[in-house]
Design a protein around this ligand. Sequence first.
Ligand code: UDP
Ligand code: MN
Length: 297
Amino acid sequence: SLFLCLVLNQDTTQSGRTLFCSSRRTDVVSVTPWLAPIVWEGTFDPVLVDNIYKPMNLTIATTVFAIGKYVRFLQDFLDTAEKHFMVGFNMRYYVFTDRPHDVPSVNLTRGRHLSVIQVPGSNRWQEISARRMEIIQTTIERQIRREADYIFCLDVDSKFHARWGPESLGRLVAVIHPGYYEQTRDRFPYERRPASTAYIPMDEGDYYYGGAMIGGFVEDVYTLTKVCQTRFEEDAGNSIEAAWQEESHLNRYLLYNKPSKVLSPEYLWQDFKAKTKEVKVIRFSGVIKNYADVRPN
Ligand code: UDP
Ligand code: MN
């Protein structure tokens, strides 16, 4: 493998990087047991990845919900996305809100657009969370499938801090929840009641994925939202609500429909959490919020 490095070195001097030697991380696992990449800083060459994806002229859709007081998070979310998120790509933001007049005006760079879609408010945050899946699904049917190649569905109470680029693109993409990447699976907060359609037995499960990000090809995310919503409603019909609502259904779905790419917790950190040594860069994180202040109840 030293030989390989030397050979490859000669080929990649343009960017001054090496493909193998410098990109190997030995302190983290960078591939899943089903051979999907787990994206950590140092496992990819950003210049190379950009050069592969930029000529494809892709359009990326980003859905974000800002219902009720959550409109206050839009400004930072959008400003920081313009600085760090899929820079140089065609971007279509879809902002779902019950307060269209409170959506801030943001300077978008060339090739980037924002549309505001009015949706009803709600007094239960659990319901807002559940309805996200349904609204994403109907908006894909109505327009996104004609307007974009890939989609990311993100939490609005978040900010970008560093590059989040096309290394994150794949057929079906999920992110490892920052609270559980060091834990064994018996500690994952999956839904454990067999009565729920989100049920995962104690001896199953790969990772605990965060519900604040789902991504992939528009059609793959469409199927995911459709299945999760159907199961959520089936549970509701049986008067059962999964432990972490849509996140529980997402985890169940991804156990049997493996993601083709997994993002490390660099792509979903939490501001209250101290950085650990594996995390060389925080790209996106959930801001600290006072629940009593922002949620309807
Ligand atoms: N959300 C919203 N209004 C609400 C509650 C939630 O718009 O009153 C949306 C918003 O996009 C938020 C997402 O639902 O980012 C998930 O809810 P939240 O961030 O409160 O969940 P947490 O990340 O704290 O688990
Ligand atoms: Mn959140």
